[in-house]
Design a protein around this ligand. Structure first.
Ligand SMILES: [Zn+2]
Length: 398
């Protein structure tokens, strides 16, 4: 992802960094060291999953696609009520194993249980985001954030800087969003949230009606913020304009009105956007406005979301689904959405997502032949990866 693919290429790794990149003969001449020959494979930067909830790996196949987003929330709440902390721990660990098998070397993982983080040994680079919901106790927003920050501090290496995830506008209060922003600025950490995911969320905020609105009413959420603005309009008001918007990673953004696009054109806000193709299809959301967001220079990444709305954690499968939904986007550009773009969203654009001297030694190898376009072959890859390295350590070699 730093120039054209190099035929018969080689990479020299020193410690946990890339020391040299080029044609095999040149790299070999410049670096005396043990050589690993991966055969007829393409060496790629490790994939980066920009949005995921490993908490719910155990919910794969448990919730059939629902007609209504609100019904899905009810269904996942029912499933969650049966799970114990040990179930969640097993779920997170299984999720890491699956992500690893599919060549994911870095992950932005939201957890609703930051208190469990200290018990997890992540095998890949993990940005832990504490997912916060204060719908039942908005007066305790500050307390919630402070205790999440404490738990995040106990994450084990190789975890990357952590972040905060006020869950969504309909479950996290204004105070919670503001507190998260305040702490994120103080500690210089990242923020993420789910925004404008469903038609029901749009109806709730813009029109003060619909199933999500009624559900929120039934559980006692204040509806002061309903009936005027779109979700995106509310979010832009919350984060203010300018400077700090690029620490936000916004997931979904499926419901964007013409007036929202006007807002985006006028605003300086340049948050990062994550699209989750297979989860999107599962819910039957409105089409994702990829072209329009891209033409406004938004950095767009791909994520898997959780297995409560997806069948697996393969970013190769996400890329293929994206390609089916958006014909005309080159496979190379799609591949950027799981490498270069998420590295930028995570503020690691100078360390991950490319095979380049000085970058972190995170790679995967995928079989290839000279017969067809290399990026097409990458997108078509459908198996577990046979060789991978994270942070200079080979983590699988089958
Ligand atoms: Zn999500």
């Amino acid at each position: 992802m730093d120039g054209a693919p190099i035929e018969n290429g080689a990479v020299a790794v020193s410690g946990n960094r890339i020391a040299d990149v080029g044609r095999f003969d040149d790299v070999k001449t410049r670096n005396a060291a043990e050589t690993v020959d991966l055969g007829e494979q393409v060496l790629l930067p490790g994939l980066i999953n920009a949005h995921c909830h490993l908490d719910y790996t155990c919910l794969r196949g448990k919730i059939p696609s629902q007609k209504s987003f609100t019904d899905w929330i009810r269904a996942i709440n029912r499933e969650k009520s049966e799970l114990s902390p040990n179930d969640y721990l097993a779920s997170i660990n299984n999720g890491f194993e699956e992500a690893k098998r599919f060549g994911i070397t870095a992950i932005a993982n939201l957890t609703a249980f930051p208190e469990l983080i200290s018990q997890v040994q992540s095998p890949i680079r993990t940005w832990w985001f504490a997912e916060l919901i204060d719908i039942r106790a908005p007066e305790r927003a500050n307390e919630l954030v402070d205790s999440a920050i404490e738990s995040l501090g106990r994450a084990r290496p190789p975890s990357a800087p952590s972040g905060l995830a006020p869950h969504a506008l309909f479950t996290a209060s204004k105070d919670l969003f503001r507190r998260c922003e305040e702490i994120a600025q103080q500690k210089d950490i990242l923020l993420t949230t789910h925004l404008a995911e469903s038609r029901e969320e749009m109806e709730m905020f813009r029109d003060a009606s619909g199933p999500l609105y009624e559900f929120m009413q039934s559980i006692g959420r204040s509806r002061d913020d309903c009936g005027n603005e779109t979700p995106l309009g509310l979010f832009l008001n919350l984060i203010g304009s300018g400077g700090s918007s690029n620490r936000w990673i916004v997931t979904h953004l499926n419901e964007v009105t013409e007036s929202d696009f006007d807002l985006l054109k006028r605003s300086n806000s340049k948050f990062h956007v994550v699209h989750c193709p297979r989860s999107h299809n599962y819910f039957g959301h409105s089409p994702f406005a990829f072209d329009r967001l891209r033409s406004l220079s938004f950095n767009i990444c791909l994520g898997t979301d959780s297995l409560a709305s997806n069948e697996g954690l393969s970013l190769f499968a996400e890329m293929r689904t994206f390609q089916k939904n958006f014909t005309g986007i080159s496979p190379e550009e799609i591949f950027q959405m799981v490498t270069v773009n998420p590295a930028r969203a995570l503020r690691y654009e100078n360390a991950l997502g490319q095979i380049r001297p000085g970058f972190g030694a995170d790679f995967i190898a995928v079989p290839c032949s000279a017969s067809t376009d290399i990026f097409e072959q990458i997108l078509a890859f459908d198996g577990p990866v046979s060789w991978a390295m994270v942070d200079g350590q080979v983590y699988c070699d089958w």
